[in-house]
Design a protein around this ligand. Sequence first.
Ligand SMILES: Nc1ncnc2c1ncn2[C@@H]1O[C@H](COP(=O)(O)OP(=O)(O)OP(=O)(O)O)[C@@H](O)[C@H]1O
Ligand SMILES: O=P(O)(O)OC[C@H]1O[C@H](OP(=O)(O)OP(=O)(O)O)[C@H](O)[C@@H]1O
Ligand SMILES: O=C(O)c1cccnc1
Length: 483
Amino acid sequence: MYRDRHLTLLTDLYQLTMMYGHFRAGRHENRVVFDLFYRRNPCGNGYVIAAGLEQVVWYIHQLSFSEDDIAYLRSLRMFSDDFLDYLRHFRFRGDVYAVPEGTVVFPNEPILRVEGPIAEVQLIESAVLAFINHQSLIATKARRIVEAARTNVKHPGSTVIEMGLRRSQNADAAIFGARAAFIGGCVATSNVLAAQAYNIPAAGTQAHSWIQSFPSEYEAFQAYRAAFPDNTVLLVDTYDVLRSGVPNAIRVGLEMKAAGQSLKAIRIDSGDLAYLSKRARQMLNDAGLPDVQIIASSDLDEYTIRDLLTQGAEIDAWGVGTRLITSEDCPSLGCVYKLVAQQFGDRMEPRIKISENPNKITNPGKKKVLRLYVNGSATADLIALDDEVYDPSEPLELFHPIHTYKRKVVQNYEIEELLRPVFVSGELVYELPTVQEIQARVETQISAFSSEVRRHLNPHEYHVDLSKPLWDLKQRLLHEWRR
Ligand SMILES: Nc1ncnc2c1ncn2[C@@H]1O[C@H](COP(=O)(O)OP(=O)(O)OP(=O)(O)O)[C@@H](O)[C@H]1O
Ligand SMILES: O=P(O)(O)OC[C@H]1O[C@H](OP(=O)(O)OP(=O)(O)O)[C@H](O)[C@@H]1O
Ligand SMILES: O=C(O)c1cccnc1
């Protein structure tokens, strides 16, 4: 099972060869700082919801090379005995600062900052990126789907249930994906292991096979009702939604009503969901069953949900699988992990990565991220050097890091420092929140941003500026390199 797995070798070989090279050169203890950040928002969204830190914490916590790991590495005939002996005593002794899960983040902002001996900081790159990239992507995708469902004016409480297990890119993606989907705002998952692991509500209806396995649809509905009288949801599209499924569901619903019970919902899983849901709603209402809800599923995503709602679809809840758990139209988030500072003697020196593409030139130095709120609204983020101090009662002039003539002054602002200590000298100092707390953080975080930043189509680019000292440092390093 994923939690019991020993993951130290979940790394790219080049991390180990670089560690070995540093070890041979006697520089493996040199301290460095790496930033983890992404450059472009996924799915056309205006931001990303950071997720996956819990798995990073757990991964770093368990890091050690077992005798099996050492034997395997020896079998590669690439590493010397003294290096393998060093690995035998290896543990992570660095500092990790991270934005809490559920935080809204933007391109180029460090989501994680790792400082420590270069061998240790380098080893963790690949796994840490995998955890953060995957869950941040799925949480962001889920958020888009949940917000589409919430545009339902007839049913403002419209909810999304994650049902992607069978279409996920395998088990870990299903479990962590269900976790991330809940963080993004889904109310439940069909994945029982994820529900158990993260204390997420488990939810579900029944498959077509259940209906098919009975002599008639009505008998299948009756049997389900008998088994789950308090939670009867009936799948109505096995044979014919309007001629068979809904009439049989109404028959069972009326029988339940007469017995003092209530039919909870029907599920439509194929066909024209707008047309069928409107007709089904009418039929249920006409039969005196206006409280029976309609759940829809069938290759849904934020686009189909919005479109169905503009067509007046009568859908109270959405079961969403494939396109959520795989983030089908935007299947990866491009977080990277870049060296930004390195110790020389007793000084931490900033380092820069140059690129032809100005967007790919890194921000040097050990940094922090400040979110500036004016009257409770997030106004701009400032990436600053770690030792900078700001007095929020003094006006602060911000400028665009590329188009520097674009300036604005913020006054009477409040500062939220986004990076929080997680590991200090290898010791865990962070109390992990529950997924319920993380989901609540998403709501408060997002509500602080303007609707222009939050909209799904061509969102406004939120201001993420560099502080003057950081901008000056970046220019100085660029000029020094040119010379
Ligand atoms: N009224 C509608 N407007 C826009 N899209 C719709 C509407 N109704 C359904 N859809 C979407 O159209 C697609 C329908 O796909 P398709 O015709 O392949 O399958 P289906 O009707 O579900 O049948 P089956 O599951 O039996 O193959 C799904 O993505 C569904 O979400
Ligand atoms: O459509 P998704 O968003 O992935 O949601 C989950 C789907 O999984 C089930 O389908 P099933 O495996 O029975 O296949 P189906 O597509 O033929 O209904 C369910 O009936 C949904 O249609
Ligand atoms: O419970 C359901 O209705 C369900 C679960 C997984 C996939 N599709 C549907």
